[in-house]
Design a protein around this ligand. Structure first.
Ligand SMILES: Nc1ncnc2c1ncn2[C@@H]1O[C@H](COP(=O)(O)OP(=O)(O)O)[C@@H](O)[C@H]1O
Ligand SMILES: [Mg+2]
Length: 460
């Protein structure tokens, strides 16, 4: 039994069409049972690297490959893709593209049937896989009626049914809504606990990667540029930014506070950050501190102030379609001139809360006032006059994740009818040479591309 599940030695690769190599001398060893996250900007080579792990490169994608990729004792030069399916499973970004069955059950059965397993064994694998991704009871469903998160869990189940030892996931949550993302991450996290799988996952979700990965590798321009446990990699903020990786929000917060002369020792642990901040506030005496940090679910420690109330949140609940209670009775007041940091674990509701300030979401229960305007009745355009500027600095626009979201945000604000938005976005992207980048992460873009995006946002 080898020590490593995956051994990559001096791997170089060029696509048939590429002018220069896309992977340039990758060396990487991945232990059995390890959870490795691969990060990096769009075009860094993450997907290409994934494709070398099950033999798509070099057997399906020809091009020029040099160096070794070994999964356990199988050298991918010698084993074709079908000969690797029982060892390496792959899950891609687009869940729909991976569905082949007319029912959930037949989709999961497809792989094992092709392995020529017995009825009994096939049945056992279907049960087990659906159990792991929590889709038991969905056997007879038509897959296209599932939610995004469920579809992606189905894709994972169908892959698991082949009982691979190595699971490769290439941005499995990037096309999902927040609820779907959460579901998929939960399932992956559980798999890590229960199965002795080696998991390799490409993701832009710094917070989640920080909390579940054993090790992080950052690729840039075909090379490994950062590598180590999350607690080492993620506090190197400047370096992350150089390589197009968004630092976790706690790290970003620490940097912002430092700019303002407040130093808190960096940590990736949100709860720890909250208690360090609380201690700091106490030591300094809150009233003398020009900036205050408020916790989303905090006790509303804002003391009386004469400054104008800009945002007032009263008993705010937000329940997403599907029943997820994202906000449960938030009370919060924000006054003119305040610097307020919303911090909390992923999925704690920060984005949901902020989207109530500009009317992108409406309260399920409770009220949000922006400069006295009740957001339940105000239009997004009306609110944009008061709130828009808060988000205009791209560095503060923490909630626009993808290029699409970034541009749509502006279009919605301007009151552009829904039917026209897609076209206007496409035209603007084309004009600045960012065609096809709709679903790229803003943080994964290069600096030049981000400037183009800023131009496109204004043009659209
Ligand atoms: N089929 C292909 N033919 C030629 N070049 C490609 C192909 N697929 C990707 N590339 C190029 O290879 C580089 C790495 O792409 P990719 O591995 O998809 O990056 P990532 O997944 O990190 O965004 C990019 O420059 C991209 O344009
Ligand atoms: Mg990719």
């Amino acid at each position: 039994m080898p020590d490593y599940a995956v051994v990559i030695e001096d791997l170089w690769y060029s696509y048939p069409a590429s002018k220069e190599p896309v992977l340039k001398g990758i060396n990487l060893k991945i232990r059995e049972g390890e959870f490795l996250a691969i990060m990096g900007r769009t075009g860094a080579g993450k997907t290409t690297l994934c494709l070398t792990l099950n033999g798509i490169i070099p057997h399906v994608m020809l091009g020029k490959k040099k160096g070794k990729v070994r999964i356990y004792d199988r050298d991918t030069d010698e084993y074709t893709v079908p000969e690797m399916v029982d060892l390496v499973g792959m899950v891609f970004q687009d869940p729909e593209a991976q569905i082949i069955g007319m029912t959930v059950e037949s989709d999961v059965a497809f792989g094992p049937e092709n392995l020529g397993l017995s009825e009994e064994e096939i049945h056992r694998r279907i049960e087990r896989s659906l159990e792991i991704v929590r889709l038991k009871g969905f056997e007879e469903r038509f897959p296209f009626t599932l939610s995004g998160g469920q579809k992606q869990r189905l894709a994972i189940a169908s892959t698991l049914a082949l009982e691979p030892k190595v699971l490769v996931l290439d941005e499995p949550t990037s096309e999902l809504d927040p609820v779907g993302k959460e579901e998929v991450f939960k399932v992956i996290d559980e798999m890590k606990e229960k199965l002795n799988l080696t998991i390799i996952m490409v993701s832009h979700d710094s917070e989640r990667v920080a909390s579940f990965a054993d090790r992080v590798v950052v690729l840039d321009n075909g090379e490994i540029v950062m590598e180590g446990p999350p607690e080492d990699v993620f506090i190197r903020r400047e370096e992350l930014l150089t390589h197009g990786v968004r630092p976790p929000e706690v790290v970003e917060l620490e940097a912002r506070l430092r700019e303002k002369g407040i130093s808190v020792e960096p940590t990736l642990d949100v709860n720890e950050m909250v208690s360090r901040l609380a201690m700091l506030l106490e030591k300094r005496g809150v009233p003398s501190l020009p900036q205050r940090a408020a916790q989303v679910s905090g006790s509303g420690s804002a003391e009386e102030s004469e400054e104008e109330l800009v945002i007032k949140v009263e008993g705010l609940w937000h329940i997403y379609p599907g029943g997820v209670e994202a906000l449960k009775g938030i009370d919060l007041e924000i006054r003119r001139g305040e610097f307020v940091a919303l911090i909390g674990q992923n999925g704690s509701g920060k984005t949901t809360l902020v989207k109530h300030f500009n009317g992108l979401l409406k309260p399920t229960k409770g009220v949000v006032y922006v400069k006295g305007i009740d957001t339940r009745t105000a239009t997004v355009a009306e609110l944009a006059r008061h709130v828009g500027y808060v988000f205009q600095n791209p560095d503060h626009q923490l909630f626009a994740e993808t290029v699409r979201e970034e541009i749509m945000f502006g279009l919605v604000n301007l009151g552009v009818p829904e039917g026209e938005r897609e076209e206007r976005m496409k035209m603007a992207l084309k004009a600045v040479g960012l065609e096809g980048f709709e679903d790229s992460y803003v943080f994964s873009l290069g600096k030049g591309q981000r400037q183009k995006l800023a131009t496109a946002s204004v043009m659209a």
